[in-house]
Each structure stands twice: as structure tokens, then as C-alpha cells.
Design a protein around this ligand. Structure first.
Ligand code: GFB
Length: 308
């Protein structure tokens, strides 16, 4: 990309898309295009086709997706599979038709088998059964990866797929039913502190382990890979470090300054026991994350307080 390249961010209001816009602008890219949901419905094939033939973006970051935490994935699998397949199908095909120079597709670490050896190497894709709480979402994302690879093979396109670990940061979803664990716990601890509650409920056993990456690090990795990675093979983006949900809860508890207890709700699922990404491929290209988890939690808490 060069500073005046025409770059389309699909999903620019979301956690990932908004960070991509912020960080692309910071790095001097000035020709960024985007459309809100009301201006362009990404589920509408005709509207997207018209948008592409008019705008002909040179580069695309495909960050538009139906996303959510463990409960949303479990409760609404039809929405997750339909919306994600539809959005990515239409955008990837139109990128090909309109000769987009390069497209970056965002997958997820949940595409890997539930019982994967750890840390998870890119080559473990499709080597075993998926985690049941998010298999609809994972199948849609796997289809997106395969679609990018198929178009590269048959049509000589340059479509790359990146697999981020669990993300967090500004513009995250803080709704307790549909959010991921980190924003959910930030909100729960904050509200418990303000309301002088004695305890905060943590779903599941607290034993599963997760890896967390600040979304500004993810955006910078995506920009780096758009400029430096050409292969069809998927590439992981993470920190290479994980911790248990209970350890995460204790970090958030400390950052918020809550002094009560943490209690478990074991009627809620644990999900995948562990999903730590092997990031050696990314590191070998010369990229490493910068924001430490404690620092990222603090920054996100400050953002949460400011926007309430
Ligand atoms: O972040 P999370 O919803 O999704 O949950 P996944 C991670 C872990 O945190 C689970 C526990 O073991 C949850 O039971 N947890 C504890 C909580 N308290 C809470 C809480 O208050 N809210 C939430 N949400 N969890 C998602 C996938 O899996 O991760 C998606 O469903 C996607 O498809 C995404 O891959 C990155 O990490 O389990």
C-alpha cells in the first residue's frame, strides 16, 4: 500500500475495523473508505456489487463479521453461520471481479480443533473436531480461508488470511449476554464496585486458558502483513502467552479496585480448554506485539469509564 492507495475497511465501526482506521490514519494512509450499516448492508449482494463497481477499492481489510462471546455463539449459531458466510462470500467474490490488489481476511483462533496440541501451529487447521460452542462460526471462517486460497489458486488473486487470538480494547462489546470474557468482567467488576456488591460471578470453572491481544496491536499486525505477507497459507496473530480465566479475573479485579469475592457459575460453559497460538511464523517476519495485558486492561478500563 502507499499513502494514497484506496483502502476499504469493511466493518469500520467494530472493535477491529475502528482500530484499523485509527492506525492506518496514524501511519499516513489518507484514502480510506467505509460505509455504515445503513449506507450499505453487507448481506445484500446487489448493493455490495454496486458499491464495488463504483468504488473499486485497491486494498480491502475484511473486518466485517458477526462476532460474540461463548453464550452468543451457543445461542445464535444460525446467525453466526449465515451472516459470516454471506458477508465474506459477497466481498471476496467482488474483490476478485473488481481486481482488488490485495484483500486481508480476518479469521479467528476458534477455527482450530478443540483438542489441538499447544501452542497451535497454522498447520493444525482441519486436523480434528471443533469446539461445539462455536462450530457454526468456525465453519464460516474456515470457508472464508478456503475461499481466499481457492481464488488465489484459480484466479491468481492476492487474498491473505490472518488468525487473531482473543481480542479486546476500545469499541468492544460490553453487553453481558453477547460479549467476550474480558469486557464482560471489566463491566461486572466495575458495577460491583460502584454498587458495593460483595461478589462478582465468573462463568464456568475459571480453569480454561486464553491468550489476549490488544486490538491496536492486531491492527498494526494486519497493516504489517498487508504490506509484507503474500502467501495463501494462514498466519496466526497473538502474543504467545496465555493465562487462566481466574487469573484474568484477578487482574481485572485489581485494575478496577474491587475488593469482594469472585464466585463461579458452573451452569455456564467453559468452552475450549486452551487455545494458545504459535506465533513463530509472525515473529520470523519481524513483527511482535507491544501492549502488555495489564497495560491493555488499564487502557480499556479508562476508555470504558470515559464512554459510559
Ligand atoms: O470470551 P469468551 O466468551 O469466548 O469466554 P471463548 C472465554 C471463557 O471465559 C469461557 C469464561 O470459559 C467463559 O465461560 N467466562 C467467565 C466468561 N466469565 C465470563 C463472562 O462473564 N462472560 C463471558 N463471555 N465469558 C469465543 C468464541 O470463545 O471466542 C468465538 O465463542 C471466538 O467464536 C472468540 O472464537 C474469540 O474464548 O470461549
Amino acid at each position: 500500500m502507499n499513502p494514497s492507495s484506496k483502502i476499504y475497511i469493511a466493518g469500520h465501526n467494530g472493535l477491529v475495523g475502528s482500530s484499523l482506521v485509527r492506525n492506518l490514519k496514524k501511519q499516513g494512509y489518507s484514502n480510506i473508505i467505509s460505509r455504515t450499516k445503513s449506507e450499505l448492508d453487507l448481506l445484500d449482494a446487489i448493493a455490495v456489487k454496486n458499491f464495488f463497481s463504483k468504488e473499486k477499492p485497491e486494498y480491502i481489510f475484511l473486518a466485517a463479521a458477526k462476532v460474540g462471546g461463548i453464550k452468543a455463539n451457543e445461542d445464535f449459531p444460525a446467525d453466526f453461520i449465515y451472516q459470516n458466510l454471506q458477508i465474506q462470500n459477497i466481498i471476496i467474490h467482488n474483490a476478485y471481479l473488481n481486481k482488488t490488489k490485495k484483500l486481508l481476511f480476518l479469521g479467528s483462533s476458534c477455527i482450530y480443533p478443540r483438542e489441538c496440541p499447544q501452542p497451535i501451529k497454522e498447520k493444525y487447521l482441519l486436523s480434528g473436531p471443533l469446539e461445539r460452542t462455536n462450530d457454526a462460526y468456525a465453519i464460516a471462517k474456515i470457508a472464508g480461508i478456503k475461499m481466499c486460497q481457492a481464488y488465489n489458486k484459480q484466479h491468481n488473486t492476492k487474498f491473505i488470511s490472518v488468525m487473531p487470538t482473543n481480542l479486546y480494547g476500545p469499541n468492544d462489546n460490553f453487553d453481558l449476554n453477547s460479549s467476550h470474557v474480558l469486557p464482560a468482567l471489566l463491566r461486572k467488576f466495575h458495577e460491583a464496585k460502584v454498587d458495593n456488591e460483595k461478589e462478582v460471578v465468573m462463568w464456568g470453572t475459571g480453569k480454561p486458558k486464553r491468550e489476549f491481544l490488544h486490538v491496536d496491536d492486531l491492527a498494526n499486525a494486519c497493516i504489517f502483513l498487508m504490506n509484507n505477507y503474500q502467501k495463501s497459507e494462514i498466519i496466526n496473530i497473538g502474543t504467545g502467552k496465555d493465562l487462566s480465566i481466574l487469573e484474568l479475573a484477578n487482574l481485572i479485579k485489581k485494575a478496577v479496585g474491587f475488593e469482594g469475592e469472585i464466585v463461579n457459575d458452573t451452569t455456564k460453559p467453559d468452552g475450549t480448554p486452551r487455545k494458545l497460538l504459535d506465533v513463530s511464523k509472525l515473529h520470523s517476519l519481524g513483527w511482535k506485539h507491544e501492549i502488555k495485558l495489564e497495560q491493555g486492561i488499564e487502557k480499556t478500563y479508562q476508555w470504558f469509564l470515559k464512554t459510559r
